[in-house]
Ligand binder design. Structure first.
Ligand SMILES: Nc1nc2c(ncn2[C@@H]2O[C@H](COP(=O)(O)OP(=O)(O)O)[C@@H](O)[C@H]2O)c(=O)[nH]1
Ligand SMILES: [Mg+2]
Length: 234
């Protein structure tokens, strides 16, 4: 079994990928794989990744002919990790908001849990450069869902997480119904409900310097009302 698959969902993140992919390949050495799940970028991402693939046989690329959304992109990544026999599946934003050096925090606790949540809201965690509106939304959203779901995770909305593929199978990841931020909440809630061991490790999240956010009002609204749906249906 191979150790770790890191999956980066992207839409037009080429300038960020030019920094992230080489550093992630260094971090992984030959012990893991890196998968880019691209919803039809038109900024040269395809050509850039194809060129790098000539040199790195642990770099993989899935291209969707149209936007499938964040949750569906991650489900494709999860299926890939399971089919290719990886032990762990790592989610990470491709816009450099998640730091490669923080992956070491995940490595430290991997022997003692089934899911590792990169957390802005535990001791040692931090958010930098984010406008007040985004801070309130993120912190408030995590607190709101924690209260409604009684789920003992402080950073429920975060997207920097590592989960055992055996857990993904057990929680029937394909049945996850939500797609945006709520996808991150539902993944953690399902894992908690099944009694798996979740650990939060501190991370520093910083706002993107390049490119544009794909966040929308619809994604926020989904998270607000679907938390109730999760509470009673999952
Ligand atoms: N494949 C795919 N990637 C997405 C989608 N929406 C967001 N992403 C990626 O998910 C990551 C986080 O999205 P971002 O726009 O930075 O959201 P924010 O950090 O909440 O503002 C980035 O790497 C995006 O490129 C989507 O619909 N499909
Ligand atoms: Mg971002």
């Amino acid at each position: 079994m191979k150790k770790l698959l890191i999956a980066l969902p992207v839409i037009n993140e080429k300038p960020n990928l030019e920094v992230m992919i080489p550093s992630l390949l260094l971090y992984l050495k030959n012990d893991g794989g890196l998968l880019i799940i691209d919803d039809n970028s038109n900024d040269g991402t395809l050509e850039y990744v194809k060129e790098l693939q000539k040199k790195h046989n642990n770099l993989y690329y899935i291209r969707n002919p149209k936007k499938v959304g964040l949750g569906n992109a991650y489900k494709m990544g999860m299926s890939f990790a399971i089919e290719n026999d990886y032990e762990w599946f790592q989610q990470m934003d491709a816009d450099r908001s998640h730091r490669i050096e923080d992956l070491a925090e995940f490595d430290k606790v991997a022997d003692s849990c089934d899911m590792i949540v990169g957390s802005r809201y535990v001791k040692g965690g931090a958010v930098v450069n984010w406008p007040l509106s985004r801070r309130i939304l993120s912190r408030g959203g995590s607190f709101y869902s924690k209260m409604i779901l009684w789920c003992p995770v402080n950073d429920l909305t975060g997207g920097f997480n590592r989960t055992k593929t055996s857990v993904l199978k057990n929680i029937n990841y394909k049945d996850i119904m939500t797609t945006g931020y709520a996808f991150q909440i539902e993944l953690k809630y399902r894992t908690h409900k099944k009694g798996f061991r979740i650990k939060e490790v501190p991370i520093t999240f910083s706002d993107r310097m390049l490119g544009k956010t794909k966040m929308s009002k619809a994604i926020i609204l989904e998270a607000i009302w679907k938390v109730w749906w999760l509470r009673f249906k999952v």
